[in-house]
Design a protein around this ligand. Structure first.
Ligand SMILES: Cc1cc2nc3c(=O)[nH]c(=O)nc-3n(C[C@H](O)[C@H](O)[C@H](O)COP(=O)(O)O)c2cc1C
Length: 194
């Protein structure tokens, strides 16, 4: 399963709309998906006692299970004040580590105005890289996001094609890591008992 994260809790966000497109592209390429929109994960379900543990209120545990069981994780991230939204970092800070990060494949797409979310994407590369994730090298940046969304949809064939190629490449990346037994889930199932 590929988990797609819409990385803001802003209701009716452009990020969620792009995540819907990305989900359709994964489906078109035969992948099973789950979509997690941070607007549906109450911030009140997180907090001090639950950092890094995969425990806590049901909604948080379920969200963490999606992360821990995914074969690959695709994050759509908007730029807020030169970085990722605090809500996304706050959610990530609740993930169980190293399990939620280490040897887990990630792909990234940024949204923004002038720079198309370059900064939050690179900040996320720093975070996931620090935690030993496998980061798919091809990223997509959606610039001038207010102009390219027509009635809430992405219609530009060039941009849709960039996303399609990235999705196809990421699926090949996930499958190659799995075939080699390198990704987190393969290690978990093939590890010899100690
Ligand atoms: C709090 C906030 C801060 C923002 N800061 C930036 C920014 O620093 N750079 C940028 O390109 N866009 C910025 N934007 C615009 C977002 O990139 C834009 O709203 C876009 O639609 C993606 O966000 P959304 O998913 O919330 O719709 C900001 C938006 C908000 C709500």
């Amino acid at each position: 399963v590929i988990l797609i994260i819409a990385g803001t809790d802003r209701k009716n966000s452009n990020t969620r709309k792009i995540a819907n497109h990305v989900q359709a592209l994964f489906t078109e390429n035969g992948a099973e998906t789950q979509l997690l929109d941070l607007a549906e994960l109450q911030q009140s379900s997180m907090g001090g006692p639950y950092y890094g543990k995969a425990v806590g209120p049901d909604a948080l545990v379920r969200a963490q299970e999606l992360v821990l069981n995914a074969d690959g994780i695709y994050v759509c991230v908007p730029e807020y004040n030169g970085s990722m939204p605090g809500a996304l970092k706050y959610f990530i800070d609740h993930w169980k580590y190293p399990d939620a990060f280490e040897f887990r494949p990630f792909a990234l797409c940024g949204l923004g105005t002038t720079w198309g979310g370059l900064r939050p994407v690179e900040h996320l590369q720093g975070v996931f890289g620090y935690r030993n994730a496998f980061i798919y090298p091809e990223r997509v940046f959606l610039r001038e996001i207010y102009k390219i969304m027509q009635d809430g949809a992405l219609t530009d064939p060039f941009l849709l094609d960039l996303l399609r190629k990235q999705v196809q490449g990421f699926l090949a990346f996930v499958n190659a890591l799995k075939a080699a037994g390198l990704d987190a889930n393969s290690r978990r199932t093939t590890a010899s008992p100690s």
